[in-house]
Design a protein around this ligand. Structure first.
Ligand code: ADP
Ligand code: ZN
Length: 628
């Protein structure tokens, strides 16, 4: 029934539209046109008056509300032959009517053709009706919802917006590297599976769990694993999908979601990016957002509305718990918070193992080394990394993934796509000096992480790259290490200046300098590592400006601000001076390394260190230690 309707309309729609235009031509024509058919000769109004005066008019028929007349007149010069002439009258002309009556001339008035009017009216109606019908069907098609036509306009129904998975198929075994979070959530599975155990002793089962962590750490995966382990359905929606441009839509979506969930209890509701709806009400620039507040209020109402033991547990995810409305965090709502951090080296190994399960790895591949090379990678990054490596392997038509593919994939994930290397030229040499500059400082300054490789093969935005292996997971970083990093980052610019002179330095160091400034400023304002003393002047960098913390940003006097600037300047200038000095003192080895790099395009860390050791007069253990 539904289908045939649609097909009929789809086929007839264009036909009807075309028909409509033909119609207008045929039926909706005005009576003036009809008159034209019978009297093709036209006469001016003035001429008509002359004819009237000369008593040559025998009859007049008015049409078109008196605006047109068909006049019968005799022509004495042509044996009084009767002519039919059309006259356009200047609007309503009562004096003509009285003249005609006085002269006893036959006259008549003809109303507009009735059928024409009906067709005209229909014609005017048909087009909008077709348009509306067309839109209506379009809506139905895009809505993709089974059911009657009434649903086409159901904006508020969240049917298409939240996903429901009856079985997620994810188990805790698929989630790795975030053991603490897993342990905390193990209990939630028991809440869902054996609620009696808790209710029997009068315990209230918590309603909401807030997962806090940056994107890609596996929050969605964890929530799915809870549903999978408990064998309950999984409802998911993203906070940003609640916030629509129509006021009230978000709130009705929340209502809908909870209605569906209650029908399917026990179940898990997962709300991703809850900060999109759950921001502190009335906060932010420009005041509150009515729609968002309504949605949030509805969410709070729904959460309060069901008993703890209905078997619905709401899991929400965010990486900005600090901006959330405090009402959300009250007991009885999201009263449990679980932090999901990016995995440490052991965790990364576990995640790699999980994702290596369904991949063919060559026996020599050591996931240990991969884990060591990937500090800061989240679970999602690691999954992506192994997938990239598998794609590379397939592209190279190899049997199994080798270390080479994994290495290439790491480079790609970190630094972007590989480009084609430059041909030998002045700028290639300059880039080589820049990179060797980073690498030589990284090798000679003791506190620096060791060089992993130097390359002139461009990746992403960078024309050349120097990679360092972080020795271990660095939870704590010492002052000497930060100073070493600042020097290393300045090494590129230092090489450019020492070798090519002040006039030839390039924009290539732009990124390096950004990092340098940020590190030096943090030393002063956050870590108390300058002459200003152990002061914390800023809580964190890059606070989002719309949150609740808008007003709580730390402020300090202008005097302190200028002292901060002076300290930052002093640190950077000291490190730059040191970097230039190291460059000058090691010019010979720098030149040799540059020649080698231009020729080979990549030098790995081991080879690099061997060459440096041949030349440096400073014994290994007494390498430059930055001191300020
Ligand atoms: P989030 O919700 O925190 O942004 P997701 O759960 O969507 O992150 O993670 C995306 C993908 O990354 C997952 O589907 C999974 O393949 C992988 N992943 C992330 N974290 C882990 C982890 N701890 N263990 C295993 N795989 C993970
Ligand atoms: Zn650089």
């Amino acid at each position: 029934m539904k289908l045939s309707w649609k097909t009929v309309l789809l086929w007839t729609l264009p036909a009807l539209v075309i028909g409509f235009f033909i119609w207008q031509g045929a039926f909706a024509s005005s009576p003036a046109d009809a008159a034209k058919n019978t009297a093709s000769t036209r006469m001016t109004y003035g001429r008509f008056l002359e004819y009237l005066n000369a008593d040559r008019v025998t009859s007049v028929d008015f049409y078109d509300n008196g605006r047109t007349a068909i006049v019968e007149a005799v022509d004495p010069e042509l044996d009084n032959r009767v002519q039919r002439l059309r006259v356009d009258l200047p609007g309503n002309t009562p004096e003509i009517v009285s003249r005609l009556r006085d002269s006893k001339i036959n006259f008549d008035s003809h109303p507009p053709r009735n059928d024409g009017a009906i067709w005209g009216l229909l014609g005017n109606l048909v087009f909008p009706v077709l348009l509306i019908a067309g839109l209506f069907f379009l809506f139905r098609r895009s809505g993709n919802v089974p059911g009657g036509p009434g649903q086409a306009m159901n904006f508020g129904k969240s049917k298409a917006r939240f996903q429901m998975e009856a079985k997620t198929g994810v188990l805790f075994d698929d989630v790795a590297g975030i053991e603490e979070a897993k342990e905390e959530l193990q209990e939630v599975v028991t809440f869902l599976k054996k609620p009696e155990r808790f209710t029997a002793v009068g315990a209230k089962i918590p309603k909401g769990v807030l997962l806090v962590g940056q994107p890609g750490t596996g929050k969605t995966l964890l929530a799915k694993a809870i549903a999978g382990e408990a064998g309950v359905p999984f409802f998911s929606i993203s906070g940003s999908e609640f916030v629509e441009m129509f006021v009230g839509v978000g709130a009705s979506r929340v209502r809908d979601l909870f209605k569906k969930a209650k029908e399917n209890a026990p179940c898990i509701i997962f709300i991703d990016e809850i900060d999109a709806v759950g921001r502190q009400r009335g906060a932010g620039i420009g005041g509150g957002n009515d729609e968002r507040e309504q949605t949030l209020n509805q969410l709070l109402t729904e959460m309060d509305g069901f008993e703890g033991n209905t078997g619905i547990i709401i899991i929400a995810a965010t990486n900005r718990p600090d901006v959330l409305d405090s009402a959300l965090l009250r007991p009885g709502r999201f009263d449990r918070q679980v932090t999901v951090d990016p995995p440490d080296i052991k965790g990364r190994l576990e995640v790699l193992k999980v994702h290596a399960r369904n991949k063919k790895l060559a026996p020599e591949v050591s996931l240990d080394i991969v884990a060591r090379r990937t500090p800061g990678f989240t679970g999602a990054d690691l999954a992506n990394l192994l997938n990239e490596a598998a794609i590379l392997t397939a592209r190279r038509r190899k049997e199994a993934i080798t270390m080479l593919e994994i290495d290439n994939a790491v480079d790609r994930v970190v630094a972007g796509m590989e480009g084609t290397p430059l041909v030998d030229s002045k700028s290639k040499r300059l880039i080589a000096y820049h990179e060797i500059g980073h690498a030589i400082i990284g090798t000679l300054v003791k506190a620096h992480d060791p060089v992993q490789k130097v390359t002139l093969i461009p990746r992403g935005q960078a024309q050349g790259l120097t990679w360092f292996t972080p020795s271990e997971d660095q939870g704590l970083i010492s002052r000497a290490q930060i100073m070493a990093r600042i020097m290393g980052a300045l090494g590129g610019r230092a090489a450019e200046e020492v070798i090519f002179g002040n006039a030839e330095v390039t924009t290539g160091a732009g990124n390096d300098l950004q990092q340098v400034s940020s590190m030096a400023r943090q030393m002063v304002t956050r870590f108390g590592m300058s002459d200003l003393g152990p002061l914390s002047l800023e809580s964190q960098q890059g606070e989002v400006f719309l949150g609740r913390d808008w007003t709580t940003r730390s402020e300090y006097s202008e005097e302190i601000a200028s002292k901060v600037d002076a300290q930052v300047h002093e640190i950077v200038m000291f490190c730059y001076g040191e970097a230039c000095r190291i460059m000058r003192e090691n010019r010979t080895v720098v030149d040799r390394l540059v020649d080698l790099l231009v020729e080979k395009e990549t030098i790995d860390g081991e080879e690099f260190r061997q060459i440096v050791a041949e030349y440096t007069i400073v014994p290994e253990k007494e390498r430059y230690i930055p001191q300020l």
